[in-house]
Design a protein around this ligand. Sequence first.
Ligand code: ATP
Length: 296
Amino acid sequence: MKQMEISEKAPAKLNFSLDTPFRHQNGEPEWKMVMIAVDLADYVHIKTLPDSREITVSTNSGFLPSDQRNLAYQAAKVLRDHYCINEGVEIVIDKNIPVAAGMGGGSSDAAAVLRGLNRLWDLGLTKAQLAKIGLEIDSDVPFCVYSEPALVTGKGEIVTPIGPLPPLKIVIAKPRDSVSTPSILRRINYGKITHQDVDGVVAAIKAGNYEQMVTKMGNTLEAITAERHPDILRIKQKMLKFGCDAAQMSGSGPTVFGISQKSSRIQHIYNSLRGFCHEVYVVTPYNLDKQNTCLK
Ligand code: ATP
């Protein structure tokens, strides 16, 4: 019998390196980023409804739209329209990724819907094809289709996997504020921003060189978001003081993450930050296709 439902894991993303070399004529930034997925994830349950035309979305989060503004809804609609499919879709999202935090939660939910419906509707699309469709929804969706360490360029649609990360653990802290990505992107002054050595991070990961990787990491948007959200710099300084080898904001913020190869150190930093930060997590890099490396 034809399969009608599927559940997909939708991991959060972090930016190990983020730069924007220039702005396109239509106003969108050109991106040059190293992105990774982590094992803090939403779970997206997708059911196809042959006797309906409706797309419905429900979530366990009171803050999220459940209509066409939800990126998971948009993913189902875009894929259905592309392939002229006459079925309804029911989507239920167990939300764990903080919203509007720079961790790509909405984009990952959308990517999970694309992957799931690709299977349920037997479309046989490759990741590259799904990524191209995903760009119609949001610039982070193409990466989230892959959810493995990758160099991401173009408007977000060129995703080049770069192989596994050196073993490491990550502590994530989300300040209470949420940040609107478009409001940060509007404030980029291309004459003034500091560019990142994104190629240096890629080379270090490919060489398995953790020490080199941590010296090259950085996020061009951090200074812009931190002007209005000074907690970002306070958390970053605490992470570095407590012994993280690198600490920086993810995406357009305000989430800050720190990394170390020592699990015990990450656990200590988690304990120290819990009294100070709204939400704190310990996570491990995640690769959608493979088992992740866990430090004991
Ligand atoms: P970006 O990918 O732009 O960096 P983000 O990670 O900072 O985004 P998200 O959690 O994806 O933030 O939410 C961004 C906006 O998308 C919010 O305003 C939210 O209401 C909306 N949104 C729509 N659908 C979803 C969804 N399924 N999950 C989370 N947010 C969603």
